[in-house]
Design a protein around this ligand. Structure first.
Ligand code: SAH
Length: 259
């Protein structure tokens, strides 16, 4: 059965293709980088060693990502590696005269995330020679990792790490409490009604202690609202703030009755 493609998570829609890789250690480190970021599809096109996936160096660098190495496929051409994909991105340190459109890793990741019907491959070149022009021309886009112009060529597996990290972040950015926003939500997100209720309660308390003059409120409440808007309030935190407001009002009343 063909599931609607939009149901396929990004992690199952991105394939990592290494072309003519020389060092088995880089293949192992690629597997590790991919697994760290939640990806699993690895395809090798004509690696220097036929048994690259089983070599001691690959296994050592893969560390706990042996499962990615074991499931990796070795093929004889880029065409085979791209079978089943409807989008391919050449990952290259070199910008070329005849190049498809150039994207940063972040733009590429956003595009992949937004366009749920994309089944993409990211294609990495050899450690010394990079990707041949014919390979780049088979791709829809070229991803260039912005780097020091005097020393812009990353280690292969580190380039894989950057791309896979950005792809992961593109998914994370949508979830509440995503890494982008710092610590993020850990508990139940406060509803708008809860937050508004807290503002009203806080305002009442601030009036009671003469911090806020209702006849001349200035911009105190808008400023406080903006302050809270920069945080990501959880229900429990709203309740704490309301608890403080209640306590202020009770204490104020107690003092008034004594006066
Ligand atoms: N000397 C080669 C670079 C090889 S690095 C060249 O000039 O092309 C091995 C692979 O890592 C590259 O083929 C590419 O896929 C990736 N890579 C390294 N640095 C990169 C960068 N700054 N941007 C994009 N990909 C990069």
């Amino acid at each position: 059965m063909n599931l609607p493609q939009t149901d396929t998570p990004l992690f199952d829609r991105l394939r990592f293709v290494l072309v003519e890789t020389s060092r088995p250690g880089n293949i192992g480190a690629t597997a590790r980088a991919m697994k760290n970021m939640g990806f699993s599809q690895l395809v090798l096109v004509n690696p220097r060693f036929d048994d690259a996936l089983a070599r001691e160096e690959a296994v050592a660098f893969a560390s706990g990502a042996q499962d990615i190495l074991s499931a990796a496929r070795v093929v004889g051409s880029l065409e085979e590696a791209l079978a089943g994909c409807n989008f391919a991105a050449a990952v290259s340190a070199r910008l070329r005269e005849f190049s498809p459109p150039v994207l940063t890793p972040r733009r590429f990741a956003a595009r992949l995330h937004e366009q749920a019907d994309l089944r993409a491959a990211v294609v990495f070149g050899n450690e010394r020679f990079g990707l041949p022009n014919e390979a780049v021309q088979r791709c829809n886009v070229l991803i260039n990792i912005p780097a020091n112009p005097d020393y812009s060529s990353l280690n292969l597996a580190q380039a894989v790490q950057v791309i896979s990290y950005e792809a992961r972040m593109a998914c994370a950015a949508e979830e509440p409490g995503a890494a982008e926003s710092g610590i993020g939500f850990q508990g139940e997100v406060a509803s708008r009604a809860q937050v508004e209720g807290m503002y009203a309660h806080l305002e009442q308390a601030l009036i009671a202690i003469d911090f806020l003059d209702p006849d001349n409120p200035k911009k105190l409440m808008p400023r406080l609202k903006r302050l809270f808007a920069r945080t990501e309030l959880e229900t429990e935190e709203v309740n704490i703030l309301r608890g403080i407001a209640s306590q202020i009002l009770t204490a104020r009343k107690r003092i008034r009755t004594k006066e």
